[in-house]
Every structure is written in structure tokens, then in C-alpha cells.
Design a protein around this ligand. Sequence first.
Ligand SMILES: Cc1ncc(COP(=O)(O)O)c(C=O)c1O
Length: 391
Amino acid sequence: MAIKDVKELEEQYQLATYKKMPIVAERGEGVWVFTSDGERYLDLYGGHAVAGTGHCHPHVVSAIKKQADELLFYSNLVYSEARAKAAQKLISIAPDILTKAFFCNSGTEANENAMRMARMATGRENVITFSGGFHGRTADAISATFLGKYREIGKPNVPGHLQAEFGDIDSVRGLADESVAAIMLEPIQSMAGVKMAELSFYPALRELCDERDIVLIYDEVQTGVGRTGEWFFAGSAAGDGAVPDIISLAKALGSGIPVGACLVTEKIASHIKENDLGTTFGGGMIAMAAVTATLEAIEEDAMLANVCAVEAYLRERLQEIEQVVKVRGRGFLLGLEFADKAKPVHEALLEKRIITGTSSDPNVLRLLPPLCLTEADADVFVDGLAEVTRN
Ligand SMILES: Cc1ncc(COP(=O)(O)O)c(C=O)c1O
């Protein structure tokens, strides 16, 4: 089909809820996306932070195909080897205190279930989240989102959501009374423009939660599954080793097959009984095969080490670009802060067939590339950036 026809059909039959790039994505391979007009794009947005293993990683594709031939789906009403292996693998790479997984289908659903578990475990209702945090678009998750217009779109909001200032432990202390079930945060706020708190903030939150019996939830929908160069932000050096009671995951977890998960401590698990949580599709076989293969691919291709090495290289090379005043974030969740608006740079890069992301901070360009991005790919990006920012 001609690009024009695809565009017209989508516009006629699909709600226009996203501003789309003017390309028709047809095929993907690693860090590259091939479009219907025969062009090749370097994807530094990683298919919306989903293609952690790169587009169509052969190990993941073959696991999905094999599973599809055997059984597409059966719910949690039956046991499944695919599910057993995925849960075991995921728990094996998580911080030691996180011992059980709950599978669902998306990031927003993972966060809703995380908050629900915290309420069940504590018998309390309120949840503290942070200015600039994004947690999803279903009712409870959007009510926990104090960023831009989201809470407004989600009206009427679910009650019991309190807003603290990201990075300001005193603002959390002031709110964290005996009504509070959970404190939930994106440890690196992605959509807000890739913002991190001071290192001391993360262990201070952990201490506060321990002191007041509050459940600490890390929304690792973006930071999880290797993106920061460690499996999770939880327990990583970037967060001073602090480990929450619950991690929520989605995005890169299934390399493109929709899947979300909550990883929880034994203590949280002890409060959850049969039928307290559920979802038809959570833990389905295709998704589970994708999860196991995704984690195996990251391991087998040594992608965590690659993220650390290529991040360092990229940061070094970005010093050549005068207009980039700061590089925020960790690993392959990077925010390039410009002195001026980032959108024209994003658009000019797209014309050079380089896909990047914007953020709610107009001066920040976001990079969320596949974890297999090489130094040579980074060169393509920085050389392109040098050209588009040259006056
Ligand atoms: C940090 C974070 N949490 C939650 C979500 C919601 O995930 P989903 O779109 O899979 O519902 C997102 C999506 O962008 C996210 O970035």
C-alpha cells in the first residue's frame, strides 16, 4: 500500500489519539526500523521503550513462534511450563527480597495492582506519588499521575492520592501518616524529561517506609529490564542499593508482546489470597515465552555491559555538541537537555532517518534505544545531531 493510503485509512478508522511520525513502519531488525518506502531509520526511541532486545531479536521471535505452534493461550486456571519458567527467570534476576511475580498486560495495570496490593497489605488507602511522575492512564494510575494534564483527563479522579515533591524527602515525611498505604515513584522520571533525584533520596524513602510500615513501590515500567545498565533500578548503584517492596514492569519485558508484571516481597505476597487479583490474559503462554526469551537474549548478548559501555561512549561524544547543555539519566534512558526547544532537533533528526523521543520538558530530547545499540550506531546519531544543530 502507498504511504498516503495507509495514512488515510488510519486517519479514517482510528481515533487520532497520537501525533504520528510520517512513516509507515514495516520491518525491524535490531536498532533499525525499515519503512514501506524502503528507507532505514535508526531507532533511538526503541519502539516506545519496548524494543529492549532490539526489533525482532531472533531468539525472542523463535520462542514466540514455537509457543504459537503449541498453545496460544490458556489462563491461570491451568499450570503452564512457559509461565513457570518466566516467573522463575524473572525472580532469579530480581533483588533477593522480591520473591513472587504477578503477571498482567501493561504498565498501567501493573501499577494498579501494585497499589491494590499495598492497600491490602496495610489496610490503609492513601498513596503518595510525585510531581512529574507518570504511572498510566487507567483510573487509579492516572489519578496517581501528577504530570501535565493527565489527572484532568482522568476525572473524576480516584480519591486517596497525595502529591509529594520528587526528590524532597521532607515533603514526603509531611504526608506519610498512618493513612498511607504506599509511596510509589518512577525512580527516574522519564516523561517529565528524564529526572533523577539525589542519590540519598532513594534510601531515605526506604527508611521512611520501614519506619512507618508503608509499602514502597518502584514503577520500573521504563527503568526495568536492563534499561539503566542493571536489571532493575531497584538494588542498583544508581539508587544507592535501595530495594522497594514491589516493582512494576511492562514495556521491554516482552520485547513487544504486551505483558506487565509486579514483583513482590514474601511479606506482600502473604496478604494476597485467591481471587484477590486477576486478569484473563495475564500470564498467557505467548507473553510468557516472550518474557523468558527476552531475559535470555539480554543475558546471552551481554546487553547490560553493552548499555554501560555505550552510555559512556555516547556521553563522551555528546560533549562535542555545544547545544546539549546536560545529559540526564542512566544507561539507555537518557535526556539530552538543550538550551532551547528540542522539538525542532527531533524533527530534523527524523528527516535524517533517526528516531528520537521528546518529553514534557520542551528542552529535553529523550533517548530510549534498544540495549544492543553499538558505538557505531551512537556515532551515526551524534554525527547526525552535529549536522542538525550546526547553525
Ligand atoms: C513509568 C511508566 N509507568 C506506566 C506506564 C503505563 O504503561 P502502559 O502504557 O503499558 O499502560 C508508562 C507508559 O509510558 C510509563 O512510562
